[in-house]
Design a binder for this molecule. Structure first.
Ligand code: PLP
Length: 468
């Protein structure tokens, strides 16, 4: 493809995206094909001679699209939103066009500008929340080992590592467990209260008990807006507990909820954040910015970079001591120019536009919650604070909790198999619940009512039989 063909195909691609977005409702929200269908549909080898672009795009529409789960579909209510505001799509396009590999200061200036100046909080854009948690734990681990080495200079680092222990709640995202696996450290998973919130006292007891047993607490990860039920760990209680222990790193994972804090009415969830050593949020969830885009903020960047600096001659430059090189802030050397799309979003929507989106998202969740509450066959199972509602069929007085779980599993399976709407399950207080999240960027009350009608039709069929 030469530049003149790119000029034409690029415009066609924008048209294709626009048509996709405006006709999305006519597609099935989830694929009707089975995993592996593409093996038969496409040749197994790359073509030796170049294919015609029209043939490539025909295959996209006829072979690839049938296997796609349409996250931006108005009937998609699973997981959390995945932003795709148009300015951010343009940002990704420009980033690919510039094609720089942003590991040194020269290509990361906007990261700093958009994070520190525009948002006045964040320090770096990353690919995912999981990476933010991992990098924070790596920094905490290096810091913990350094401290122990100072105390016990003759003891082997491997032995010191075996003493370290991290903490999170049972409601924390699985990325904390994965980070602990990668860091090769122990992780103690604690029980939250009945609202899914980890409490200071629970953490304190666990840390004291572990210290007594010879372990060394070094990292606590708490969540604001958990994945299962959007609960909030009690940061104002946890912060002072963590500070009682020497050199324990407190990380705050607000992957989904963080963008809501752009609205003053949600800022109270940030109480206690002054105790945090690091904080992450994903604009690619609730800030309409296309995947991937996570923000990581750290109070002491030297603690982070001292865990990750490797500085070969071929990467050094004359601004080494004056400019920020984000290659020292994470695992990969090369970085995409992600801040561009976030900057485009901030410039194009303004904070007011993003607040408007967040508010509508939350208002529609409340609307759905009220619909559930009006139907006494159902119950709401979480405190609806942002855009996620967990609900389930209550079941009859003679049914065991296990039977009620089975009934709800059946309900969700039937709904998802129909392809009419898509939702996913979660465990809340050890029970099977259905998660309904407001995801579509332009969702309306009508979309919520359509979803509720589909859910209640399937519930009626399940409870009363297909003919009633
Ligand atoms: N933390 C929380 C609270 C999440 O909800 C999620 C994903 O939904 C993650 C972390 C992981 O996010 P990522 O896919 O960006 O790694």
């Amino acid at each position: 493809m030469d530049v003149e063909e790119f000029r034409i195909r690029g415009k066609e691609m924008v048209d294709y995206i626009c048509t996709y977005m405006t006709t999305l409702r006519t597609r099935r929200v989830t694929p009707s094909v089975e995993p592996g269908y593409l093996r038969a549909a496409l040749p197994s080898d790359a073509p030796y001679h170049p294919d015609d672009w029209d043939d490539v795009m025909n295959d996209v529409e006829n072979k690839i699209m049938p296997g796609v789960t349409h996250w931006q579909h108005p009937r998609f209510h699973a997981y959390f939103p995945a932003g795709n505001g148009y300015p951010s799509i343009l940002g990704d396009m420009l980033s690919a066009g510039i094609g720089c590999i942003g590991f040194s200061w020269a290509s990361t200036g906007l990261d700093y500008k958009s994070m520190s100046t525009v948002l006045q909080k964040f320090e770096i854009t990353k690919g995912s929340a999981s990476e933010c948690v991992l990098v924070s734990m790596l920094a905490a681990r290096a810091n913990g080992i350094k401290r122990l080495k100072h105390q016990f200079p003759t003891v082997d680092e491997g032995l010191l590592l075996s003493k370290l222990i991290a903490y999170c709640s049972k409601e924390a995202h699985s990325c904390v467990e994965k980070a602990a696996m990668i860091c090769f450290v122990k992780l103690r998973i604690l029980q939250p209260d009945e609202n899914g919130s980890l409490r200071g006292e629970t953490l304190k007891e666990a840390m004291e008990e572990d210290e007594e047993a010879g372990h060394v607490p070094f990292f606590v990860s708490i969540t604001l807006g958990t994945t299962s039920c959007c609960s909030f760990d009690n940061l104002p209680e946890i912060g002072p507990v963590v500070r009682k222990f020497p050199c324990v790193w407190l990380h705050v994972d607000a992957a989904y909820a963080g963008s809501a804090f752009l609205c003053p009415e949600h800022k109270h969830h940030l109480a206690g954040v002054e105790y945090a050593d690091s904080f992450n949020t994903n604009p690619n969830k609730l800030m309409l910015t296309s995947f991937d885009c996570s923000l990581l903020w750290v109070t002491n960047r030297y603690l982070l970079t001292s865990a990750l600096v490797v500085d070969p001659l071929y990467l050094q430059h004359c601004y080494d001591h004056t400019a920020i090189d984000y290659r020292h802030w994470g695992v990969p050397l090369s970085r995409r120019f992600r801040s561009l799309k976030l900057w485009f979003m901030l410039r194009s929507y303004g904070i007011s536009g993003l607040q408007k989106y967040v508010r509508r998202h939350c208002e529609l969740a409340k609307y759905f919650e009220n619909l559930v509450k009006k139907d006494d066959r159902f119950e709401v199972c979480n405190q609806v604070k942002l855009g996620l509602v967990c609900f389930r069929l209550v079941g009859g007085p003679d049914e065991t909790p296990e039977q009620v779980d089975e009934m709800n599993k059946k309900l969700l399976t039937n709904i998802n198999a129909s392809g009419k709407i898509h939702m996913v399950p979660a465990n809340v207080r050890e029970r099977f619940v259905i998660r309904f999240c407001v995801v579509h960027q332009h969702a309306t009350r009508e979309d919520i009512e359509i979803a509720w009608d589909i859910i209640t039709d399937f519930a009626t069929e399940l409870l009363e039989g297909p003919d009633k």
